[in-house]
Design a binder for this molecule. Structure first.
Ligand code: GTP
Ligand code: MG
Length: 199
């Protein structure tokens, strides 16, 4: 599991990011979905990644080195409502460009708020990842705020949306940063990929 987590740096372009070719796992999703909170939960740290009630807190590409062997990448959220449409588009393009250029990324975790019905921007983002052959999985966040039945309902709705464009839905994780839900599963998933890459 995670014994050590160190903040390495914040960047705005791919060519500034670490060059040592360690495996990377990126966390992305709409602004305020809980990316930074999930990262802190996985690392057992309260404020490794900065969280906030104000959407748009994370505006840079932030690198955390885990157990000296792989990186967690905290990305700025897309679709932040309080900036101009042009800025939102620029933002989305920056993230997309980073993900396309960054070949070290083993898997992107697309975070989806379990309390909110499927949003076009999330589906579009995933379709984009698929078209660019970028591997991704889904993590539903904040599941502590709903009872099991309602979480399940939203997940089924989301799956239905996804299956409009995909033959099979990607792997999914049910998470809560508050309760630690999904931690073991996500860390095991990452461990498996890291090990298969070692061989
Ligand atoms: P930006 O960096 O602004 O895009 O946001 P983010 O996606 O990093 O979200 P962040 O982790 O800052 O969390 C946003 C808000 O949601 C904060 O008020 C968190 O406390 C809350 N939150 C995040 N995860 C959970 C969770 O699992 N359960 C509950 N109840 N609240 C959560
Ligand atoms: Mg954040």
């Amino acid at each position: 599991m995670i014994k050590e987590a160190d903040y390495i740096g914040s960047y705005i372009r791919e060519d500034q990011c670490p060059k040592d070719e360690k495996p990377e796992y990126a966390f992305i999703g709409r602004s305020n979905v809980g990316k930074s909170s999930l990262i802190n939960m996985l690392c057992d740290r309260k404020d490794l990644a900065r969280t906030s009630n104000t959407p748009g807190k994370t505006q840079t590409i932030n690198y955390y080195l885990i157990n000296k062997s792989w990186y967690i990448v905290d990305l700025p959220g897309y679709g932040y409502a309080r900036v101009s449409k042009t800025m939102r588009e620029d933002w989305k393009l920056m993230i997309r460009q980073f993900l396309v250029e960054r070949t070290q990324i083993r898997c992107v975790f697309v975070l989806i708020d379990s309390m909110i019905p499927p949003q076009k921007i999330d589906i579009e983002f995933m379709n984009d990842l698929g078209e660019n052959n970028i591997p991704f999985v889904i993590a539903y966040t904040k599941t502590d705020r709903l009872n099991k039945g309602d979480t399940q309902k939203n997940i089924i709705l989301f799956q239905k949306e996804l299956l409009q464009s995909w033959n099979t839905a990607p792997e999914q994780f049910i998470t809560s940063a508050e309760k630690g839900t999904g931690k073991t599963e996500i860390l095991q998933f990452i461990e498996n990929i890291n090990q298969s890459a070692d061989k």
